[in-house]
Design a binder for this molecule. Sequence first.
Ligand code: F6P
Length: 377
Amino acid sequence: MAKSAPLRVGILTAGGDSPGLNAAIRGFGKAAIGHHGMELVGFRDGIRGLAEGRTMPLDPQALSGILTVGGTILGTSRDKVHRMLVDGEVRDMVPTVVDNCDKLGIDALVCIGGGGTAKNAQRLAKAGLKVIHLPKTIDNDIAHTDTSFGFSTALGIATEAVDRLHSTAHSHHRIIVVEIMGHKAGWLALGAGIAGGADIILLPEIPYSIDSVVTSIQDRAGRGHSFSVVAVAEGALDTAGAAELAAAESLVREADTPEGKATAKKHRASVEASHRGRTFELATALERATGLEARVTILGYVQRGGTPDAADRMLGTLLGGAGADLVAEGRFGVTVAAQGQSAVPVPLADVAGNLKKVPLDHPWVLAARHVGTCMGD
Ligand code: F6P
């Protein structure tokens, strides 16, 4: 009987870059080629390269030596497949992507990315493509997976920064406010705040009161600690800001026409934008209220750079290899989730659009409170 042609599998990385992306590409690729005899096609720069048909070879040579390399050898972008800016106009590129995959003989597509990529993958699956999604983000905000690769490395980077900021805060009797990534979910700020021993941790999930923060700093000073380290997630909001955003979000939910929803989403985006970059304002307010000097450190993209730690190398390898097995078994329309020590296929429909926020009663929140950390409330 004639041997069937090898399965041709496209791979792309999308959304914010993170350590571990190349470990996942390598994990999938080596398993797909070595165990399942598949052929791989790398798509450049995420969904945009997929829509433009821009590819690169992903053969054993391309996969060699990338386990420890930061970023993504494929490149990435943050495009939405159904609303892509092409030649100055916003277009639905799903039909073009389906056509490209057909022309290139792509039998299955692996989308490695965060929440936005899961949404893109779900749209492509609905259009009939055989898709799997691997969970990547330093934010760890993807539902139904214990963690995502990139998070562990970013946690280590942010924790070391908090550690180092303690010595300058103590030496200068200062308030050091360190902004940690995590726009909608505070996992990174919470983890690094606990591990780094921050005195105050402010999360998007727990609207803060400036008075509570001031009181905490003053109480510390009263106990002889005339310095404080404040770990603040970039998406943390005070109670007024949180109320404004909640109102904007309810308008989006209540909108009952496409035009109304679009207007409400624009309003929500402007409210979110108006509250971004408030870390310097927070530091100034704390300095005025406490009389202690305050300084700001924005960790930014340092948290996404460089070589993955051991945990992210292992996670990328585990989920990547499991993804190759699922493709070989014909299991599509799933996210390859990390659950316990296993890789578990979870329906994309359950993951796409489902943000994993920090529950208020999460053990990490309780752990922070147990050691006297002020959570701003
Ligand atoms: O999604 C990961 C992340 O690093 C967020 O923590 C951060 O808010 C965002 O990406 C920054 O996006 P960009 O890389 O497009 O500036």
